[in-house]
Design a protein around this ligand. Structure first.
Ligand SMILES: NC(=O)c1ccc[n+]([C@@H]2O[C@H](COP(=O)([O-])OP(=O)(O)OC[C@H]3O[C@@H](n4cnc5c(N)ncnc54)[C@H](OP(=O)(O)O)[C@@H]3O)[C@@H](O)[C@H]2O)c1
Length: 354
């Protein structure tokens, strides 16, 4: 099968480089262009390495980064993966969609648009149909987004629980890794030996995005979920992997044992499509009293291409009407580049990307 030509936007950043990592040797996609700002124009990717746990292949390292040029991308690529800051992404992503390019974005700028899917293959694959409402769809151009990194890890277990018992209230407190702030991110003197109990706009994003993700498609639009959602977000001195403590109330009572079964047996229709970057088992349950931990569980997921794509859940407990658990997911893989790549794979499987 001829692979689909793709461009990576923001290729010198944390998410952009994770895109390149996941797209190297990908069975569906082939990178034909790397783009960033004029600061990076003309530099080789290998000289701009930000990842500390991955080395690009020789050919990839030699690729030269260019300043974004919508007309050039339109000529060479059928689709674009975007790891741009939200304020920069907004216009570039719209122009690319107008030019007939399918955009799979990590940025926040279009996530809450009524005609843009905010998508996780295991949670709401039917929301992908929203792209048909975008005026550029007929020409092959559209925008698909994935949620912010802390929301993605939470949405997958909540989807399993909501389907089985109905959520009434969810209160989440996050312990978020520094890679979530991009490169170079939080200054070391602010974060080493410290915790910062504020991440700009993060709580608002979690509280709204989760309700769109778990919303139902009816009459061609998303009807948002109606449970109460409260978030507290903090940055901690961890490199990769967002840990979250979650307390929730259900509409239908469940035993801890029943919840365990619900979470560990959860599979969505997307798991049956054989998408290369989706984990065979999306939620991994840990029994130990001290798991999940970022250092031990951030890279959970099988097969090899889906490493970092599984969400780990542990410490399931019940007290009176409250249920408690910890969850962990890799913020730049599951919550970042891997989210967009798996969304693009879903679009291929559903015939929306040809
Ligand atoms: N990090 C995470 O865990 C995470 C997770 C989910 C979503 N996101 C979202 O993903 C996006 C990227 O985040 P990140 O963490 O990868 O940020 P980052 O490390 O700061 O990278 C930003 C990238 O955007 C490029 N860029 C900046 N200004 C530009 C301009 N004016 N024109 C063209 N390119 C420009 C940068 O290029 P230069 O090197 O040339 O400046 C760089 O390649 C953001 O929207 C973020 O909210 C991040």
């Amino acid at each position: 099968m001829k692979r689909i030509e793709v461009a990576v936007l923001g290729a010198t950043g944390m998410i952009g480089q994770r895109f390149v990592q996941l797209l190297e040797g990908h069975p569906y996609f082939e990178i034909v262009g790397l783009y960033a700002s004029e600061r990076s124009e003309g530099k080789r990717l290998g000289d701009m390495l930000k990842l500390k746990d991955h080395v690009f292949g020789r050919e990839t390292s030699r690729m030269v980064v260019e300043q974004i040029d919508v007309r050039k991308i339109k000529k060479e690529a059928r689709m674009a993966f975007s790891g741009l800051p939200s304020d920069i992404a907004k216009d570039y992503e719209s122009s690319l969609a107008d030019s007939g390019v399918a955009v799979f974005s990590n940025a926040g700028s279009h996530r809450m648009r009524a005609d843009v899917p905010l998508l996780i293959p295991e949670v709401n694959p039917d929301h992908l149909e929203l792209v048909r409402r975008q005026k550029t769809f007929g020409e092959g151009g559209y925008i698909v987004t994935n949620p912010n990194c802390s929301t993605t890890g939470l949405a997958i277990p909540l989807k399993a629980i909501d389907d089985a018992y109905g959520l009434r209230t969810v209160v989440v407190s996050t312990y978020q890794a520094v890679s979530g702030a991009g490169y170079p991110g939080v200054p070391s003197l602010d974060i080493l030996g410290n915790i910062i109990p504020f991440i700009k706009s993060e709580e608002e994003k979690m509280e709204t995005e989760i309700l769109k993700l778990l919303g139902k498609m009816k009459g061609g639009r998303v009807h948002f979920a109606d449970f109460e959602m409260l978030a507290n977000c903090a940055r901690v001195p961890v490199i990769d992997g967002h840990l979250e403590s979650v307390t929730y109330e259900l509409k239908k009572e469940a035993s801890v044992e029943a919840l365990r079964k619900t979470l560990s047996s959860f599979r969505s229709e997307a798991q049956g499509l054989g998408l290369p970057t989706l984990p065979r088992v999306p939620i991994l349950l840990r029994d130990e009293e001290d798991r999940p931990q970022p250092l031990m569980d951030a890279w959970a997921g099988e097969p090899e291409r889906a490493r970092g794509m599984a969400v780990t859940v542990g410490r399931l407990r019940k007290k009176d009407n409250y249920y408690k658990m910890f969850i962990l997911s890799h913020n730049t893989i599951r919550g970042g580049a891997g989210g967009s790549v798996s969304n693009a794979e879903l679009a291929c499987a559903k015939g929306i990307l040809r």
